[in-house]
Structure formats: structure tokens, C-alpha cells
Design a protein around this ligand. Sequence first.
Ligand SMILES: Cc1cc2nc3c(=O)[nH]c(=O)nc-3n(C[C@H](O)[C@H](O)[C@H](O)COP(=O)(O)OP(=O)(O)OC[C@H]3O[C@@H](n4cnc5c(N)ncnc54)[C@H](O)[C@@H]3O)c2cc1C
Length: 425
Amino acid sequence: MNGGVNGLRSLSKTKQSARIIIVGAGSAGIAAATRLLSEGFRNVLLLEGESRVGGRVHTIPFADNVVDLGAQWCHGEQGNVVYETVKDLNLLETTEAHYETFKCVRSNKEVLTEDLADSLKNIAFASIPERQTELADYKGSLGDYISAKYWRELEKLPPVDKHIAQEFLENFHKFEASVEAADHLFEVSGQGHLEYWLCEGELLLNWRDKGYKSFLRLLMKSKPCQPDDLGILKGRVLCNKSITEINWRDGQQVMVRCWDGEILTADHVICTVSMGVLKERHQTMFVPALPEAKPRLLQGWIIGEHARHMETLTEQEVLEGLQWLFRKFLPIAVPEPVRLLRTQWHANPNFRGSYSFRTTQADEMRTGAWDLEAPLCEVDGKPRLQFAGEATHKHFYSTVHGAVETGWREAARLSDYYRARTARI
Ligand SMILES: Cc1cc2nc3c(=O)[nH]c(=O)nc-3n(C[C@H](O)[C@H](O)[C@H](O)COP(=O)(O)OP(=O)(O)OC[C@H]3O[C@@H](n4cnc5c(N)ncnc54)[C@H](O)[C@@H]3O)c2cc1C
């Protein structure tokens, strides 16, 4: 009897009355919410654990400018939804050239000659696989692949000091591991590396002087002169509202429990928390537990053990460590900084890391973003608990444009569901 009444109640839901809760007001959450509103949904609420919106997009004032503590660049142009949205607004500037002209300095302050540095750089950069067919059946890690190719190519050059070549390779590994947000390249899947799609065009487009936040402000249609204006999301975001449990056992509505004890109910929940948060909390956060495939994928949140250690130190200790490095490597004295800022993405329970990558372990378990993005549906196909966020994107994981697309993907899933249902009724 009850099921019948609930069933009727559920059938009477429309885009106007369906209650949607989005957990997390980062790029994916904001993209999903703004898209749902533009599709005619009215009852959309974002619950955010932090005291601000934006998530891993975090632009703050610094000196007479701003600094991005999270995402900084728009990576590429073609097929990049962020670039497409802002390309005519003069918000971006190119910075790629600055990063190509670095010098190589050893810890005894010796600077490598340009010739030697250039040949090592060429070999190293050429050893990164880019859609190479040779990697299609490759079972090893990205680290194995790059090292083997680097040494093979080096053999073809006139003899080079082996110590310097080894140091260069180690350094290159560290650099690439930081790009992947991995502890080291030997845990990054070689094959999986090719799942990531580079958008053609400039890869390091910087946000002129307002930071990455300007993009989220555009999505929300924030008022230009009000830095904290939430635009069309005004009144739809609850900050400092950390979610402790998402219970979708009922079959009719999802119960969302907040840290302060408040319980909210919804017809649909889109969960956008990071892979780091899922990995740490999935066992208590979801009732019933998530299907096996989802927790198994949760590996790509690591940013290197030294970074994690750094986050436990005081700012003064971090500063002293940096100064020690400068003194060791550089022939010039580096002046004292006026102010030091360091990020603590891993220590923060709302993030637990920087961004995801594809691991060799995920390869072995034959799992990937396709498992993570799959919604949990009722028997009639109604999406009940959905997942968005950068880690759920098959090809643009680890980026803002990827996160935004996942928010739009889940908004479209709901919109399609209601459109098809209305047509049936
Ligand atoms: C240092 C750094 C540099 C980066 N550089 C770039 C770059 O240059 N270019 C680029 O494209 N990408 C970059 N990225 C990656 C990019 O920032 C992310 O891919 C993207 O912002 C992720 O968006 P998201 O919505 O998936 O997740 P998030 O931004 O993490 O949003 C999820 C939200 O959920 C909230 N949350 C978590 N747990 C709970 C809970 N229990 N209850 C309620 N709310 C919760 C979080 O507070 C957060 O606001 C960088 C990331 C970092 C950390």
C-alpha cells in the first residue's frame, strides 16, 4: 500500500518539483547545478563542506594581485569547455613559453651547458608516450616506459656523463610525477596514461588577473563588482555543511545526513566529492555500500609522500627547507620571501589530495572511470544516486574542464530521464 502511494508520489514528480541535492560546490557541482536550473529544474540545493564554493578552484587575494591555490591553467583549447566558454572574453594569456626555457642546475651549483641540457630535454620529452600505438598493449607503468625509452635514445647520442644523465632522468620523473599527481611514475599506468586526452592548442593558459574563479563566476552569472556573489545559485548553496551519510535504501527518496545532525531528503543526489574523499569515507558515507567497482577504482588521489609530509610541518619549517634547497643548488643568494603560502590539499578532509590519475592497480582490477561514473538506479531506471567530479571523466580527469563536463553529464542524465518520463505519461 505504502509502496503504491510512494510510487504515485514519485510519478507525479516533474522538473519543477523534483528535489535534487548536489554534494560539493566545486567545478562539477556548480556546472551541474547551473545546467539543471537552465534546463528548468527548480528545486536544486548544493551542500558544501567548506566555508566557500569552488573546491579545488581556489583563487585568493595575494599582495596586489590574486593567487590560485588550486587549478591555475586552462589546459588546451579545442574541445575544452572552459576555453570555449571564455575564448572571446580576453580573460586568458599564454604562459607556455616561460616553462620551456628552464636551466638545469646540479646540487653542486654547476649549470649544465645548453647543448647538453637540450639533448637530455629532447630525449626525455620524446620518451613521453602520446597516443603511440606501441603503448596499446603495454602492461607496465609509465615510469618503466619512460626510463627504458630514455636510455635507448641516449645510446644513440655521443657519450654523455652517466651520472648527469641519471640525475636528469630522476628529475624528469619527479616533474612528470607532479604533473600526474602521483608519488612516482611507477604507479602510473602506461596504458591508462593514453586514456587522458590533451586538448589541442595552448596548454598553459593563465587567467589574466582574476584567477580561475572568474570561470566559475561566469557559470553562476555572478555580479561583476561583488566578489562573493553566487549569481543564480544565490540561496541554493549551504556552506559548512559537510555530509556524513547518503542513504538511498528507501527506494523512494534519498536521505542525506549532515555533520550537524540535520537530515535532508531528495529525489536525486549527485555526489561530486573527490576521489580522495571517496577513498577515505565511502564505507561510512553510503548506505547501502557502493557497488564493489566504485571503491576499487579509488586510487588516483596521491600527490607524493614528500608533499604529504610537507603539509604536516609549520610554515616556518617549510620555508627553512626551501631556503636550504636554494642555498644548496643556486650560485646566487635568494632573498627572504615577504610571505609564504603553502597548500594543504591532502590534509583537508574535504579533498584528501590534489587530483586523480590512472594507476597500474586499476588496470589490474580492470576498472576505471566508467565504473565510477555509473549512476545507482532504481529498477525502473530512475537515477537515484549519481556521481560527478573530475575523477569520473574517462578522458579529461584531473582537470577543471573534465569536472565541468561531468557536472553537465549528470544534469543531462536527469533532464533526459524527466523528458522521457513526461513523454511516456
Ligand atoms: C594544486 C592543484 C593544481 C591544479 N591545477 C590545475 C590546472 O592548472 N588546470 C586544471 O584544469 N585543473 C587543475 N587542477 C585540478 C582541478 O582543480 C580539479 O580537477 C577540479 O577543480 C575538480 O573539481 P571537482 O568538482 O571534481 O572537485 P572539487 O573541486 O574537489 O569539488 C568537490 C567539493 O566537494 C566538497 N566536499 C567534499 N567532501 C564533502 C562532504 N562530505 N560534504 C560536503 N561537501 C564535501 C569539497 O569541499 C569540494 O568543494 C589542480 C588541482 C590542484 C589541487
